[in-house]
Design a protein. Structure first.
Lengths: 456, 440
């Protein structure tokens, strides 16, 4: 029993003639609601040489639409007590509003105005200003934050050049410099169409009435939805020749030999080692088992790495493990910060040994039980807020059916695959199938080890 | 919302949110930072972080395993009144989680090894993450060095090194007790009787005679300061500006809440529409009006393109100066006022949001009806009142500034000139200025 998932929470699902997928779920706890409009237009869809295009487009979507002046979208919702935001991920870009439910019609109207085909290109000034903002955003989040470029480095190792997941959403400055009004208009024209989007509404609403409003506001003519990015292609040079029990999109279970691919960097903020590898797509069978295994290995104070490397041996001062959930192939990562007197290289060896040991034996019953309980809680929490639930619905509806998602709304009445709780054996099998050898990616930040000051 | 108390003085507050299966429990301890012994800055936060490292007859392993098996997670932290423990757990596990919470807080062991691990990790994190130029840094810089609030909650490398198991045990026995603690539980409580669970878990926690623990009001420094921290090679400069503001009991408080919103909340605020949307200097500035137990702190912080440092600082101060001189745009004030009044329901959506909000208000010593009264007062604020409250509270020429960046971008002379010009104040050398090679 894992609690509610999209397959069990009642929701009204419909698809407009123009292809827009609509999910509405009622939650009458508090008089608030959330709207999530997600387009399959994340950084995986950046044109070649145009990294950062999807993200810059997101910024420009706040610079006005047909009937709305720049900044007015945010201001109008704010005046009603709500907040609006957006984020660009690898798979999709999501525009999210949270608001007292009285503002529902306004929010739907604003999102419809923003989805409507634009009448012209963005102005050069608006593009230039937002490009400068994005450059500062990248400096702040990627370069001024300790280990802020970890995602960029990881993606580069795990996915070959040309793969949709090879680069981070924020892009490269040199690519951004080439993205102008024409490129942005073209990206938007191709990807911001109703058939490429999901509208999900959760909150203290009447689902039937919301569906009526949506039909009224979002009645654009259909445009062709673009082709889906090949996010599930395995990396050509690392594809295993025989892959027992391979799940789609995963390089899992590989017998790949050799050394991990690696990236060594100066640790201006101290040392850190991260080992990352591909995992099954977020909605695929097996994703849940892998996440439980990774949690048992490295997440939280009951995890094996914490008990051994931090508490027992003091090799590390802190460990972490997490899954970056992606539609094509998720990414599992384990991170460890070296303890006093320990080099990043030594810590890397120790962490790899523990991962190998864990893959061979899997978690013990207690480790399994603790990890499964932790994930059940985080899952329940995700579905406990309107915005969280709206996001889960949108992700599921956008993920391709071949990778366990809906690829539309067709199978939404089915029980969600991830909701079937895996048993200990399934979790052990999942860990056994994690990639090895050169299918692992190591990012290491090296700093002079701190001395063990308490010993003095 | 229901309130009750145990015989030992522990106050219990519950809020039932139907359909929210993960409950949030916050145990707040009313212990001021000033209770920390000299030289042991960070002892209270260390205590919060090591409560789970073994207590009563339970080893650390047993304690955290039992919590994990019921799906509970455990966040140590601190609020305006002192250390705090937050537990999130599916309601079916609430009984177990409260029992473990009670043992941890009443009979902690603070094993030497765990204290040392905490201190090592925290010292390393301070080194890596305390880049300077944040709201915390500017608050530290504004307070008289004799007051605990002039130094970080976490302490520093020296004070962390000095922490011992014995010191934490002694501090615990002298200042922590149920009569200075509040337990808040929020979630779908239709199938659990929280007061009964709390009675079973916490009634054995004995109140003891303890040191007096008043919350002294922070003493501001006599003069505002300009502090430049040099970080050679930094692409961006971090700017943080701050000043002390009125108490929550002041009639200016609701008006300043509106004014702060106009200035700095979101991308369409005055500051962000200029420095972000128009100039592209920054990803965004964050403006805060943070209440203290007494008084408040008004602060603005953000990162800007390094070579634009003097221009961005001038721009920022000019916005404050004009707002003071000419008043705030009435339409913006109206819009902010409406947002603040209408946004209330969003604060009650999740157990986490409700628990945080309640813990903050209780920690600040405010009564149950404070929030409603505050919102009513905000709803009545006029644009003129907002402008006048801002003018009284924020004198741009009297702000303390912390600037962290490349020395080529952060010459103190140029920064003072920018300040003096923007505020037409002639503030050019009368303020205490310090240039540091490194933060701390």
């Amino acid at each position: 029993m894992t609690g509610p998932g999209p397959g069990r929470i009642p929701a009204l699902r419909t698809r407009l003639p123009n292809g827009l997928r609509v999910v509405v779920s009622e939650d009458h706890t508090v008089p608030v609601a959330a709207v999530n409009v997600s387009y399959l237009a994340g950084s995986a869809y950046d044109p070649p040489g145009g990294s950062g295009t999807a993200h810059l487009t997101e910024h420009l979507m706040f610079q006005g639409s047909g009937n709305v002046r720049p900044g007015e979208h945010t201001a109008l919702i704010s005046e009603q007590g709500g907040t609006s935001n957006a984020r660009t991920g690898l798979d999709s870009v999501s525009y999210v509003e949270r608001f007292p439910v009285g503002a529902l019609d306004l929010v739907l109207w604003l999102e419809a105005d923003r989805m409507a085909p634009p009448t012209g290109n963005p102005t050069a000034d608006a593009v230039a200003a937002q490009r400068r903002v994005v450059v500062e955003e990248r400096r702040q989040t990627e370069r001024s934050t300790p280990f802020g470029d970890l995602l960029r480095r990881t993606l580069r190792l795990l996915f070959p050049a040309g793969h949709p997941y090879h680069h981070a959403p924020v892009g490269l400055d040199r690519d951004l410099a080439t993205v102008g009004p024409a490129e942005l208009a073209s990206f938007r024209r191709d990807h911001y169409v109703a058939g490429n989007a999901v509208l999900s509404v959760v909150g203290d609403v009447d689902a039937e009435r919301v569906a009526e409003s949506v039909e009224r506001y979002f009645a654009f003519s259909a445009a062709d939805a673009p082709a889906r990015a090949a996010v599930d292609e395995p990396a050509p040079e690392t594809a295993p020749e025989t892959a027992p029990e391979t799940v789609p999109g995963s390089a899992g279970g590989s017998a790949a030999g050799g050394e991990p691919s690696r990236d060594d960097a100066d640790g201006t903020h101290g040392g850190l080692v991260q080992i990352a590898f591909r995992l099954p797509p977020e909605h695929a069978p097996g994703a849940n088992a892998s996440e439980i295994a990774l949690t048992a290995l490295g997440a939280g104070v009951t995890s094996r790495l914490h008990r051994r490397l931090v508490v027992r041996d003091h090799w590390s001062i802190q460990v972490a493990a997490e899954v970056l959930r992606l539609a094509g192939t998720s990414i599992g990562s384990v991170r460890a910060h070296p303890g006093p007197g320990v080099s990043t290289n030594d810590l890397e060896t120790l962490v790899l040994e523990e991962i190998d040991r864990f893959m061979a034996d899997g978690p013990g019953p207690d480790e399994f039980e603790a990890a499964a309980a932790q994930l059940r809680r985080t899952r329940l929490q995700r579905f406990s807020s309107c915005a969280g639930r709206a996001d889960e619905f949108a992700r599921w509806a956008l993920a391709p059916a071949s990778l366990g998602g809906l690829g539309g709304l067709g199978g939404m009445d089915d029980t969600e695959p991830r909701a079937q709780a895996p048993d200990l054996d399934a979790v052990r099998q999942a860990a056994k199938a994690w990639p090895r050898g050169r299918d692992r990616a190591v990012v290491a930040y090296h700093a002079a080890p701190a001395s063990a000051w308490w010993a003095s | 919302m229901r309130r009750s108390a145990l015989a030992n003085g522990l106050v219990i507050e519950t809020v039932h949110l139907p359909g929210r299966p993960v409950a949030v429990a916050v145990l707040g301890l009313d212990v001021p930072l000033a209770a920390e012994p000299p030289g042991l800055d960070g002892a209270l936060l260390a205590m919060a972080h090591t409560f789970a490292e073994g207590a009563g007859h339970l080893t650390s392993d047993e304690l955290v395993s039992r919590l994990a098996r019921v799906g509970a997670t455990w966040f140590p932290g601190s609020g305006p009144d002192g250390p705090r423990l937050v537990v999130e757990v599916p309601t079916a596990g609430l009984g177990t989680a409260l029992q473990l919470l009670a043992v941890a807080v009443a009979e902690p062991r603070f094993p030497a090894d765990a204290v040392r691990r905490y201190a090592t990790r925290t010292a390393a994190q301070l080194d890596a993450y305390a880049a300077g130029g944040t709201q915390v840094d500017v608050i530290n810089a504004m307070v008289d060095p004799g007051h605990r609030m002039s130094r970080r909650v976490e302490g520093d490398a020296d004070s962390l090194r000095a922490l011992t198991s014995e010191a934490l045990l002694e501090l615990h026995s002298s200042v922590v007790g149920p009569d200075r603690a509040t337990l808040i539980v929020v979630g779908d409580l239709s199938t659990v009787d929280v007061p009964a669970l709390a009675e079973r878990s916490f009634s054995g926690w004995a109140a003891r005679a303890r040191l007096a623990t008043a919350h002294p009001a922070p003493v501001p420094r006599a003069t505002p300061r300009l502090i430049v921290v040099e970080r050679p090679g930094a692409e961006q400069t971090r700017l943080a500006l701050g000043t002390f503001g009125p108490d929550r009991g002041s009639p200016d408080w609701p008006a300043l809440t509106v004014a702060g919103h106009v200035l700095g909340f979101g991308a369409t605020s005055l500051i962000n529409s200029a420095l972000r949307e128009r100039d592209g200097y920054s990803y965004g500035f964050d403006t805060r009006l943070v209440p203290l137990r007494r008084g408040s702190v008004f602060s603005i912080a953000g990162a800007i393109r390094g070579d634009a440092t003097p221009d961005a600082l001038s721009g920022l101060l000019d916005i404050l100066h004009r707002a003071r001189l000419e008043g705030l745009d009435p339409a913006r004030c109206e819009s902010a006022r409406k947002h603040l009044v209408r946004t209330m329901p969003l604060m009650f959506e999740t157990p986490r949001a409700v628990a945080q909000s309640r813990a903050g208000l209780i920690g600040a010593g405010l009564s149950e009806d404070y929030q409603d009264a505050h919102i009513a007062a905000v709803g009545a604020v006029t644009p003129i009142e907002a402008s006048e409250a801002l003018a009284r509270a924020v004198d741009p020429a009297a702000l303390t500034l912390v600037v962290v960046g490349d020395p080529g971008h952060c010459d103190p002379g140029r920064l003072r000139l920018a300040m003096s010009e923007a505020t037409r104040s002639g503030r050019s050398g009368g303020n205490e200025a310090a240039v540091m090679k490194r933060w701390r």
